[in-house]
Each structure stands twice: as C-alpha cells, then as structure tokens.
Design a protein around this ligand. Structure first.
Ligand SMILES: Cc1cc2nc3c(=O)[nH]c(=O)nc-3n(C[C@H](O)[C@H](O)[C@H](O)COP(=O)(O)O)c2cc1C
Length: 356
C-alpha cells in the first residue's frame, strides 16, 4: 500500500522517486527530506567517495501548504557533479563484482557512466521515500535507527552502546555508536584506501515502538519483506533478523524468548526473535543486520574480459569510489526498513489509509 518507484542513472539528468499511498495530512517539507539525504550524501568524510554532490531535493507534487495531499509525491535530485570521463576506458571491460556484466548480458546495452542504474546513487530515491515513511511512522511513535556494528572484523562492544548512543551514531564518520571501535574502524578503512583496496562490514537497524501485529501471516511476513527490501540494496549480501545465523548452534532453551509483563504490557525477557514471530511484530524492538560487501570498484589492477575482443585483460578503475560503503548505506537501510514498516502499518490499519 505504500510504494516507492525510484528512477534515474548515476550520470543521467536526475535521480528521484515517486511515492504512492501516503495518506493525506502528513506534515512534510523539503527540509525533512533534505535532512535524510544529507546523511547519505558523499564527500562528507575521509572515509567516503570524493564525489561532491549537493543533492538538493525538490518536491514536485503531492504536498500542499506543508501537508501531504494523499496523491503521488514526486521528488527529484538533479545530478550536478557527474564526471563520466573516468568510465570511458572500462566501458567494454566489466568491473569484477559490479553490475556491468549482468546488465550488459540482460539488456544488451547499458549506461556505463558511473554504474548507471546500478550505482549507489540510485539510493537517493530510496532515502527520499524513506524520509516520508519515517515521518509517517513517527506519528505513531515508531523510530528507525541504523548504526555500524562491524567494519572489516572490527566490532562494537555491546556493553559500550545504548539506544541514545545509536541515536547519535550518525554524527560519527563511520556511523558507529561505540567511539573506541569507531576510531579503529576508521583506521581500517583509511589503511585499505591507501592501498587502493576496499573493506566491508555489518550495519544494524533497530525499529523502536512498533506495536504487535504488523505483518501478514504467510507470504508477506514482516521478516520476509524486510529481508527482501534490505537485500534489494546494492552491496548487501546477507541479512539476519534477531539472533539470525546465531540460532543455528543454540538449544531451544537458550534461544526462546520467555514472555514477561513489563509496565502492564506483554513483552519478552530476551529478543532473539528480533521483534518478529510468525512473520508478525510482537511489540519488541525489531532488530536486523545486513552484511555489506567491500566496494567492488578498487584502484588495484584486476582481471576482466574485453567484451568486444573476447580477450582476457587487466583493468585499472579510476573515478571516485567509497573505500567502504558501510557508512553511506546506513541511512539507505534505515529507509528500506521504514518503507516496509509504513507499508505494513497501512495494511494492518494502524495508519490511514486515506488520511492520518
Ligand atoms: C550507498 C551506496 C554506495 C555505493 N558506492 C559504490 C562505489 O563508490 N563504488 C562501487 O563500485 N560500488 C558502490 N556501491 C555498490 C554497487 O552499487 C553494487 O555493488 C553493485 O550495484 C552490484 O550489486 P551487488 O553488490 O548487490 O551485487 C554502492 C552501493 C550503495 C548502496
């Protein structure tokens, strides 16, 4: 019921999104959306790409006198800092583990400038839509928070982070709530950046205040939709909910979440389920983690194939790339979680559908 359709290529005219299904009456301004886009924007820190996009959003429709109309909300960000020259040399030699080869095979042609539609820049539209979803959810006291928990083997210490720390994590360059781990993560990123290489990591997203009852019982389970949405983001190669892959080695008595009564509400003593049981939210925080691969575009020489000559060759990638995608993907994953929760909140009758 809450739909986001993104459009645009990295070095085309613009990127953006059309959001359908947002109820009327929600207060929404360009500043609300801009705030989220600023958290995704490149060129803000040593640990991200040097591409210096201003990323100014324009809301073209669906908002009147500061509130949504219940009609499609179209938002656009014009591409201003595009520089395709660095991609010319590798247009016929697909970058290993990027989407160049698969797009070429599927469509027979592609916009090779800066990754085209498979660029991280496509996520501008997701973040803009996520800003609308977040505002919608906030009317019901739901908050979605993302933070970095691991970069190339450097992990946060759980007893050094709490919810307030996670709320402030976006102020840190690597979006990490544990200042000690954050420093080591940054060192790790810069060390491999200097070597012309890249690193990956893990991002956690927590949704607070989600009432019991969001999610459909069979095919549209909340965990299934969340996993699908998060997996749809480039560079995400694994998703886990709650204890995730950790459940495999546990006993039932270790993994089950006993029910308790807290402040008059039924809750669970532990949250290995990550707030979802049987595909439906149970009132506990929703906890999800995504494994983000190291940036595929690295400066080191790599083996590829010249598609025109059908010859193996070696390529050197230029252009501006993130040495680690993790810090920039945090707001994107928050957006994806917010979009799914907004959709299920509408479907479950917790919000709308026509007006707030
Ligand atoms: C926010 C964001 C920024 C990204 N930045 C880069 C980048 O600078 N260079 C690059 O090669 N890939 C980057 N990527 C990753 C590619 O988009 C992704 O690896 C590619 O589309 C292939 O998809 P896959 O990794 O899911 O298979 C970025 C992804 C995201 C979400």
């Amino acid at each position: 019921m809450f739909r986001a359709t993104t459009f645009g290529e990295s070095h085309g005219g613009a990127v953006g999104v059309v959001v359908d299904g947002c109820p009327a009456g929600l207060e929404l301004s360009e500043a609300d959306v801009q705030k989220e886009l600023d958290r995704r924007r490149p060129g803000q820190a040593e640990v991200t790409t040097a591409r210096a996009e201003e990323d100014r959003v324009e809301i073209l429709s669906g908002v009147f006198e500061g509130r949504t109309l219940g009609t499609p909300i179209a938002m656009v960000v014009w591409n201003k800092d595009a520089d395709p020259s660095k991609y010319e040399a590798i247009r016929n030699t697909p970058r290993p583990s990027h989407a160049d080869f698969t797009y070429q095979e599927k469509f027979g042609r592609r916009d090779w400038r800066g990754g085209g539609r498979a660029s991280g820049r496509e996520t501008v539209g997701r973040v803009a839509a996520g800003a609308v979803a977040k505002r919608l959810l906030s009317t019901r006291g739901i908050e979605v928070l993302g933070h970095t928990v691991e970069v190339h083997g450097v992990r946060v210490e759980r007893d050094r982070i709490d919810i307030d720390g996670i709320r402030r994590a976006w102020q840190d360059e690597v979006r990490c709530a544990d200042p000690e781990a954050a420093g080591r993560m940054k060192e790790e990123i810069l060390r491999f950046k200097k070597e012309g290489d890249s690193v990956g990591g893990i991002v956690e997203v927590v949704a607070l205040g989600v009432p019991p009852g969001l999610g459909e019982p069979v095919f549209d389970k909340l965990d299934a939709d969340l996993a699908g949405a998060v997996m749809s983001v480039g560079a995400v190669k694994g998703v886990e909910i709650g204890a995730g892959f950790g459940v495999a080695g546990r006993l039932g008595s270790e993994n089950n979440d006993p029910f308790i009564i807290k402040d008059g509400e039924i809750r669970t003593a532990t949250n290995n389920s990550g707030g979802i049981q049987g595909g439906i939210s149970n009132g506990m925080p929703i906890v999800l983690r995504a494994a983000v691969k190291p940036t595929p575009s690295i400066l080191k020489p790599q083996g590829s194939v010249d598609l025109e000559r059908m010859e193996e060759t070696e390529i050197r990638i230029e252009g501006r790339h993130d040495p680690c995608i993790v810090p920039r993907i945090v707001p994107v994953l928050e957006a994806m979680v917010a979009l799914v929760l907004a959709d299920h909140a509408l479907r479950g009758g917790f919000i709308g559908p026509a007006r707030l």
